[in-house]
Write a protein of this length. Sequence first.
Length: 403
Amino acid sequence: MTTSTTSTGPDSVPDWQDRSAALADDLIAAGKLTSPQWRAAVENVPRHVFVPRFYLHRDGRMVALAADDPDTRQEWADTVYSNIALVTLLDQDENSGPVFLSSSSTPGLMTRMLEALDVHDGHTVLEIGTGTGLNAAWLTHRLGDKHVYSIDIEPDLVDTARARLAQLGYRPTLVTGDGAAGLPGHAPFDRIIATCSVPSIPWPWIEQTRVGGRILTDVRAGTNAGNLVHLTRTASDRAEGRFDAHSASFMGLRHTPGSDTRIPYTRSSSDSPTTTSTTTRDPQTPWTHPVVWFLAALRIGGRYQLGYTGNPQDGPPRAAFITTPDGSRADITLAPDDRGRHDVAETGPVRLWQHVEHAHQLWDQAGRPPWHRLGLLVTRETQTIYTDTSDTPLATLAATPST
C-alpha cells in the first residue's frame, strides 16, 4: 500500500483563500454550486490541508505531486484548487497495476451532492467514507461538530483526517469501521451521504435514517454500471427515490482495510468451443448506453472486466470485450458489416453478450428511459428498480444482508 505522511498547514499556501474563492466561482459558473452556505464552506476550508499529496496518471504511470516536494509544489498547489478528483491512496497489484483506494472527489460533484442532500440547521448527518476528511470539514463548517459523523474502513485515513480537521478547529465524530453497518450507537440521522458505491442499499442505513430523512449514495452493479440515487425513508419498513439525472461514480465500499477489489480470472482453454453470432446492438454499450449496461451488469454480476482488443501500434481497436472470472468471454467487433451487424464470438460457461441483448430489450420495452426516470424502492426483503412508478418494475438488486 502506498501512503503518505506529508502534512501541511493552512499558511503553507499563503493565497489559499483567494484560490478557494476562485474555485467557488468556477463551481458556480459550472452550475455545481448555488447555496450561500455551501459557498461559504468551500471558501473557508483550505482544500490543500486535506490533500498534501496526490497522484496523477502521467506517461503510463502514477506520479506523486506533493507539498513537500520543491519540484512539484507549484503544480500541486495549482491542481489542488482546480475542479478535478485527486487520487490520494494507492495499492499495487503486480498483475493489473495500481489500485485506487481513496481519493478527494471532484469538488463540483461534492457540492452538487451536498446541495442535493438538502440539509438544514440542526440536522445530523452520517458520512460513509471519510477519505481525506474534506467533505466532513464542509459538513462541519455548515452544521457544527456535534451534528456530523463519519466512518471509514481505513484506520490510517480516519486518524489522519481527524488530525487535519482538528488543525482547522473542526471536531466531528470520526469512527473506523465497516460503513455498511452505519453507526447504530449514534442514530437516528436526518441525512446519510455515501462517498463510495454499493451494489445495493445496506438495510442498516434505512434503519438509522429518521422517517422523512434522506440517503444519497452511488448504487453500482460493477464497472461503468450505476449512478447516484436519492432516497427518502417514507415509512419504518421502506425507502424510495430516484436516480440522479447526471452521471457520477465512486470507488466501491470496502468491508476490510486495504484492497479487496481484485478479481481472479480463469483463462479459457485455447481449445474451448466458441459460439459465433451477429448483433445490431452497440458493441460499446458499457460506455455509450449507461442505463442498458447497468441492467446488463445486474445479470452478469459485478465481477467482470471490460476493454478493447487490438494492438495500439496497428491503429484503433478492432473489438470490445467482456470477461468474467469463470473464463467466460465475449468479443464484439466494432466495425459493422454492410448490413449494420457486428460479429460476436463467445466462449466459456456463460454467454455474456446474451445478457447485454436482454438488457437492451428491457430498455426498449420500457421506453428507453434515461437515469432520471428510474426509481428505487427498498424494503428489508427486496430492492426494486422501476421506471416512472413503482408498479412498473424493471429489475431487482440483490439486497445487502442486514447486520
